[in-house]
Design a binder for this molecule. Sequence first.
Ligand SMILES: [Zn+2]
Length: 135
Amino acid sequence: MPAKPAPKPTALSALYWAAAARGELSAPWCGPCSDWVFPPRPRCPRCGGSEMGWRAPASTGQVVTFSVVYQAAYEAYRDDQPYVVAIVALDGGPQLMANLVDVPDPGAVTVGQRVELTFEARGESMQVPQFRPAS
Ligand SMILES: [Zn+2]
């Protein structure tokens, strides 16, 4: 069984993945718009500004939508089948796509379900943000 792929940071995503490697979430924030710019982009889509600060959004949120994967496209994920991929809206933060883990019954996942951040190790030193049902 091949290993799950590790992220390959780009210039735009390097700070995001460096934070994730430390077990933290960090996302670009446009000060003039007082809003998140996520995923990271060279310019704010609202004001066109390029001066982005980075902030830590909340580590809790809710499921916006999700899909249950019964046939993984990659062999490395076959042991996880069926697994859940979700769009999660962080509390007061941006939305991101991630797997839901620690889900004994994917059929019981619901839109609006409360979730909390966790991380899965990848490669030598990377970690991938994921979510699990809030305790
Ligand atoms: Zn802006």
